[in-house]
Structures are given as structure tokens and as C-alpha cells.
Design a protein around this ligand. Sequence first.
Ligand code: PEP
Length: 260
Amino acid sequence: MRRLLIVGNWKMHLNASQASLLLHRLQENIKIYRDIEVVLAPSMLVLQPLSVQIDRRKFRLAAQNAYFKDEGAFTGEVSFTMLRDLAHYVIVGHSERRHILNEDLPMIRDKVAASFRNGITPILCVGETKQERDDGETKQVLHDQLMTALSNLTAEEVGEMVIAYEPVWAIGTGDIAKPDQAEDAVTYIRNYVKDVFGNKAAKTTRILYGGSVVPDVTFGFLDIPGIDGFLVGGASLNYHSFSEIVLAAHRWQREQEDEA
Ligand code: PEP
């Protein structure tokens, strides 16, 4: 059985006490599931206190970003090196960072490399804007983002990483991708990995869908071939909806087992 991965991106929300309360509620609601890996990505500020509070049998932590240099005169930044032992994953290249914070392709490539250099698994986000989709450029955009971000990696590293397909137009809009759009993009990503890094890497790379995921769509989206889980933004800020997503994914896994 393939373990599913569900990541909650809390974005720039929740101060320390709010984050602690949300974690407390999630820990009450979410059981230990061996078939689901649940990851929480709070703000940088609360990673440390949450790392003390967290039940490691249920959750892992991710940072939402980090800087690609390990140390130095980079005021305001936090490095991957500083996140060792604190975060299991780091989200790299989220569309909000690409589009609002102007992170370009080489910077994202350097962040992916820094992540591996420091023993942290990157969750690389890729995806097209509405304009790019309308212009028929989705695959070209995915190609360029993947080619740059993965360019310095070994097949083994690519096989260990997580890639999240997040169409920009679906993030925080309620405009979730249609199943065939998600399937096309996820298939394209896996084929890219297969062509460049080989079969073994393509089999083990985990590919997530992200963009307005809510509990109701979870079950159906897991039927899409090649989707290994979700990157959830808005719905991860509510303990009820995030717990429902995790529970739906667990039910889906049990159904697959029963059918096997
Ligand atoms: C995200 O933050 O990556 C995301 C997909 O957000 P939302 O689920 O709110 O669309």
C-alpha cells in the first residue's frame, strides 16, 4: 500500500497561541494512521514551540520557505541549515513566493539543492497561471519549472522528493481543477521525472494536488491516477475540515485495501 501524504499550509496565519490551539484540536481529532502521513506547515515563528507540542506519531512539521544560503549576512532570512532537526520538509516555490515575493527559477533550484544539502525533503510547488492555461502553455510552464528546479539533483534525490501540482488559478479561489486537468498535469510531471531520471525515481516521487481542496472532493480526487495526496491551504486552518480530509483519505485507503 502506498502511504498518502497530506500537507496543511497555514500560510501567514495564526500567532503562537492560535497555532498551539489548532495543533491541540488536530491532535484530539486525528488518530495515528499508518497509511497517511500528515504534515503541518505553520509559520516560521511557531515551528519551534510546535515541535515541542507535536505528537510525532501523528504529524511531521514543514517550513513554508527557507533561504538557499546556509549562513551569512542575509538579514531577515532563515536557512535550511537552521531548520535541520526542526522541519522534516520545506515547501519550495509556492506560487505566492514566485508571484508576490518574486522568486525566480534559479532561486527555486538553489533552494531545492539547499534542502537536500541539509537533509530536508523539499515539497516543490509547480503550476500555471490562468493566463498560461488559457494560452495553452500549461505543459511548457511545468516543463520549465521542473527542468530548472531538478537540474542539479540525482535520480535518488528526485525519487525522495515531493512535487505539488498547484495551478495558480485554483489556489485560495474555490475554483478547484477538474479531475482531467489534474490528471493531465500529474501525468505530465511523472513522465518528465521518468524521462529525465528513470523509472525508479518516477515510481517513488510523491506528487500532490493543491488548490482549493476541501473535504468533499478528497475521496474523488484520490481516484485520479498518480495523485499521492494533497497540499491544503485554507481548509487546513480549520481543525474540522482538515481532520475530515485526513479521515476521508484514510477511508479511501481502506477501500483500496478491501478491493485488493
Ligand atoms: C496552498 O496554499 O498551497 C493552497 C493550495 O491553498 P488553498 O487550499 O487555500 O487553495
